[in-house]
Every structure is written in C-alpha cells, then in structure tokens.
Design a protein around this ligand. Structure first.
Ligand SMILES: CC(C)(COP(=O)(O)OP(=O)(O)OC[C@H]1O[C@@H](n2cnc3c(N)ncnc32)[C@H](O)[C@@H]1OP(=O)(O)O)[C@@H](O)C(=O)NCCC(=O)NCCS
Length: 269
C-alpha cells in the first residue's frame, strides 16, 4: 500500500484505520512518517500504547470538542502537545476496537475522560506524546509518564519527591540523576493511575517506592489512606524503562485486584 493512502485518508486524529489505512499500531513503525521512534511497547500486554512525535503533528487534528478544552491564549507548545496526546489517545482507542472513538474530554481534576469501559493515561515530554489505554475488564488503573532525564530539576526536587529510604537508593548509586528521574516519573504515573479512582490529590510522600532491578520495576506502597479501595499499605508495581535520554514509567493495576468499597468494609469487620 502506498504511504499516501494512509495520509490522504485524513489526519492522524481521525484516521479511519479500518478502511484501507494502516493498522493503528503501524503508525509508529511505518515508513509513512520519517520520524524518530520510541519503542515502549510491552509485547503481549492488554494495554494499547501509542507514541507520536512532534514531526507527525501536521497529520494530527483534535476533535472540535477536545479543541474547546484549550480556551484562551494557550501557548503554541501546549496546543501541539495536547493535539499530539489526543491523536495518540485516538489511535490507542482504535487499537482497542473503537472504529470511531468519541472525543477524550477532561474530568474535574484535569484527567482524561475515557469512554465507558476504558482506563488510560496520557503523557507528553519534549517532542513526544504517549497514550496508553486498556479495557477495564483487564486493567483497573493505568498511569504513564515520560521524563527527559536532563530536564528533571534534580537539585530542587530531591526532598520533595523522596522518602529517606528512597533518598538512600537515589544517592547510593552512580547515576543519581537517572534514579531521581525514575522515581519522580514513577510517582507521577501512580498519581495518574489512582487519581481517577480515588478522586483525591496526593503528593510524593503518599507513596513509597522500592526498586527491583531483576524485574525492572518499582514496588510501590501507599503510605496513606486514599480511599476505601486504596488504603494505606496497598501495593502495586510500576514498570520503568529507559529509552535514550528518557525514562518511561507505567503504573498498571490489573483488574483482579479490584475491590469495591463494600468488599473493603466487610473485610475490615
Ligand atoms: C498531573 C501531573 C501528574 C501531570 O504530569 P506532568 O509530568 O506534569 O505532565 P505529563 O505531560 O506527563 O501529563 C499531563 C497529562 O496528565 C493527565 N492528567 C492531568 N491531571 C490528571 C489527573 N488528575 N489524573 C490523571 N491524569 C491526569 C492529562 O492527560 C495531561 O495531559 P492533557 O492535559 O494534555 O490531557 C502533575 O502535573 C502533577 O500534578 N503532579 C503532582 C501530583 C503527584 O504526582 N503526586 C505524586 C503521588 S505519589
């Protein structure tokens, strides 16, 4: 198929993948767009993950209702990252089986409002935007974050982000900048995963992370009660990988961990 076929079908945001266009996940790998690539996929995962680069922006458009979320005098950089993030979200939803995904609007806490039955998350960093979505039959909570290691304000955030044990880990290794970026990013991913469910702001000291090098992930533990479903001591994993100068983290809590407030109450009796 010629590259033009995929492009002339429309802009990425509205690419009708099912008819004649490339499969959604081919966007990143295809020769359609000469742009850098960032491989973040986890093979075999039930999560659809789409990465877009700024050089693909000209093929992206946002849904008018999404565009309406950016009111007033919004900086060009913000418009670009927003459009790229929403286009990535749309492609990820198509990969999950939506033929014409609805716009992804915003909740009251600025979180993306996904279609019913879907959990997901968006991150932007430098020229990249990434969206991850999954069916809530398989995944209860999902949060992702991308950070440029050099752009993380290392001198300022150590105390804000780290517990004492985390500081020992960060400063006990050779690459403290990398470790701090990993920890910071993982905590942002946790926030994005849990906020839509607990509906509560919580800060960096409300979760504690321990690095498991063999598994390439942090084990996270809540240090505070966020909600009946997410009590103090609740634990989860945060996958962390480095790509070039970026750190990508993904907090995924699978659906079999899901409890309702009722179940929590009865187990406490
Ligand atoms: C919300 C926050 C996590 C965003 O992270 P960031 O590194 O600044 O920016 P990113 O580009 O990675 O992510 C921005 C996206 O996060 C998503 N987001 C914003 N608020 C959100 C929330 N309350 N819940 C879930 N996702 C949210 C949005 O999709 C947003 O992009 P969009 O506005 O284009 O839709 C961060 O600004 C923040 O408030 N952090 C403090 C809270 C925290 O991290 N606590 C640590 C708990 S251990």
């Amino acid at each position: 198929m010629s590259g033009a076929q995929g492009r002339t079908n429309g802009l990425i945001g509205f690419l009708p993948i099912a008819i004649g266009g490339p499969p959604a996940n081919a966007i990143e790998d295809s020769a359609y767009f000469a742009c850098p690539k960032m491989q973040l996929e986890v093979p075999g995962s039930s999560v659809s993950l789409v990465t877009l680069h700024l050089s693909q922006l000209e093929f992206c458009s946002v849904h008018p209702e999404e565009e309406a979320l950016l009111q007033g005098n919004v900086a060009e950089k913000r418009r670009s990252e927003f459009a790229l993030g929403r286009a990535a979200a749309r492609l990820a939803l198509i990969e999950q089986g939506f033929t014409d995904p609805p716009p992804v609007l915003k909740g009251t806490g600025r979180e993306p409002a996904w279609p019913k039955g879907i959990v997901g998350s968006i991150t932007h960093c430098g020229p990249w935007a990434v969206a991850a979505v999954a069916n809530d039959r398989f995944v209860w909570a999902l949060g992702i974050d991308l950070e440029d290691i050099d752009a993380v304000p290392h001198n300022e955030i150590g105390d804000i982000v780290c517990s004492e044990a985390e500081r020992d880990w960060v400063f006990g290794g050779r690459d403290t900048r990398l470790r701090l970026a990993m920890l910071f990013s993982a905590k942002e991913a946790i926030y994005k995963a849990l906020f839509p469910l607990c509906r509560k702001f919580f800060d960096f000291h409300d979760a504690d992370l321990t690095w498991f090098p063999q598994r390439g992930c942090f084990l996270g533990k809540l240090c505070t009660d966020l909600s009946p479903e997410f009590p103090k001591g609740f634990s989860f994993e945060v996958d962390c990988r480095r790509r070039a100068n970026f750190v990508f983290t993904r907090a995924t809590i699978e659906a079999h961990n899901r409890t309702t407030a009722d179940e929590q109450e009865s187990s406490a009796i």
